[in-house]
Design a binder for this molecule. Structure first.
Ligand SMILES: Nc1ncnc2c1ncn2[C@@H]1O[C@H](COP(=O)(O)OP(=O)(O)OP(=O)(O)O)[C@@H](O)[C@H]1O
Length: 366
């Protein structure tokens, strides 16, 4: 990637329409090979192996404390693994410090220097690296344009919005022309509305530069919205690495099934004289019929329950059922479906159910 050749395409970030011009990309792939890390005798990363293709955006997703940041810091070169290797392109960079790696990181808190203008902040890494002045000016201009901050180049971080600070921090990482971009919870300091816009901006820039990117997040919607693939971590291990839609439709472990979206426990039987079995089910897959009316044909298990709560969400409402064994099951009612009274007794079934044993997916029935 060559910053001074960047010709922005149409988009919210740049507002310049020069569609059709492409960048040369020297984006590196990333390969994490069997990473392990312990702190004070406690193992926090176990055998993390992950291959990221050049130009791909992969999110590391998982609950707090699962090891996402530790993994990112080992990729960046701020932390040395106890075992395993980090490859960038064809180079083993495990023994390199952060400054020798072809990667750059955007920090969660932006880490901008308050006393410096945006352009001084952005040019800083190049001044430290003693890049010739004319080249610095060119590269800073290009990257400011890329993140749409040209008009704000003389502003200090304290006078900028959260979104602008985020873009300045992204620009400071990109001005080094890294071949791998590392994002540590890049949107967590922004309010909900801005977060959606900035995440689209990040994706657009990432795709325009075709730069290999690893993003740490605990926000599944964020990961779903912009990732090519999502790597889900649990307790220091990678449990599943796949496209966002596969993660939702086919969670390979019970941990992930319960972490992504909503899953209810569903104890149902295939027939009146059949034993009950334990399943997991998504709200949109629940079907209900009030006592005395037919559920329609279903080959999947059925159980009895009553409506205990409805939660409006605008276009639809969540319906919370209590099964008679005490479990709570969440279903949905679209606004064009008949209303359902609190306390109503219903039969429940599902169009798709998941069966797990010892955390592993055994079968999906539909
Ligand atoms: N320098 C350290 N010394 C001791 N323990 C650490 C250190 N850094 C991380 N840990 C521990 O390692 C585990 C993984 O932490 P890590 O920050 O990687 O998780 P995370 O998934 O990024 O969580 P969060 O989303 O809360 O940032 C946690 O239990 C944490 O307490």
């Amino acid at each position: 990637m060559s910053m001074h050749n960047i010709t922005p395409r149409e988009g919210r970030v740049t507002n310049h329409a020069t569609e059709g011009q492409h960048l040369d990309s020297n984006s590196d792939g990333l390969y994490l090979q069997g990473l392990h890390k312990s702190f004070g005798g406690r193992q926090v990363i176990t055998d993390v192996t992950l291959k990221v293709e050049p130009g791909e955006l992969v999110s590391l997703l998982g609950p707090s404390g699962c090891g996402k940041t530790t993994t990112l810091r080992m990729i960046a070169g701020f932390l040395h693994p106890d075992a395993g290797k980090v490859w960038m392109g064809s180079r083993d960079v495990t023994e390199y410090g952060a400054e020798r790696r072809p990667s750059a990181m955007v920090f969660q808190n932006y880490a901008l220097w308050p006393q410096m203008s945006v352009e001084r902040n952005i040019s800083f890494p190049l001044r430290v690296a003693k890049v010739p002045k004319a080249q610095i000016a060119q590269r800073v201009d290009a990257v400011l344009e890329l993140v749409n901050l040209t008009q704000r180049r003389r502003a200090r971080p304290g006078k900028m919005s959260g979104g602008e600070q985020q873009r300045a921090s992204l620009a400071r990482a990109l001005v080094r022309e890294p071949s791998i971009l590392l994002l540590d919870e890049p949107l967590s300091n922004l309010d909900a509305k801005l977060r959606e816009r900035v995440r689209e901006d990040i994706r657009e820039i990432q795709q325009r530069l075709n730069i290999t990117t690893i993003m740490v997040t605990h926000d599944q919607q964020e990961a779903m919205a912009i990732s090519d693939r999502i790597a889900v971590m649990h307790d220091g291990r990678l449990e599943q690495v796949c496209a966002p839609e596969d993660l939702y439709m086919r969670p390979e472990t019970e941990n992930i099934a319960r972490f992504i979206g909503t899953m209810s426990d569903f104890d149902g039987a295939f027939g009146p004289s059949e034993p009950k079995e334990h399943w997991l089910v998504r709200p949109e897959d629940i079907r209900y019929a009030s006592e005395g009316s037919e559920l329609g044909s279903t080959s999947l298990p059925v159980c009895d329950a009553k409506v205990v709560r409805t939660i409006p969400h605008g276009r639809y409402e969540e319906v919370i059922f209590d099964a008679f064994d005490g479990t709570s099951i969440t279903g949905l009612r679209q606004l064009d479906q008949p209303t359902i009274a609190l306390g109503a007794q219903v039969h429940l079934s599902a169009t798709r159910i998941y069966h797990y044993k010892d955390n592993a997916l055994l079968e999906v029935m539909q």
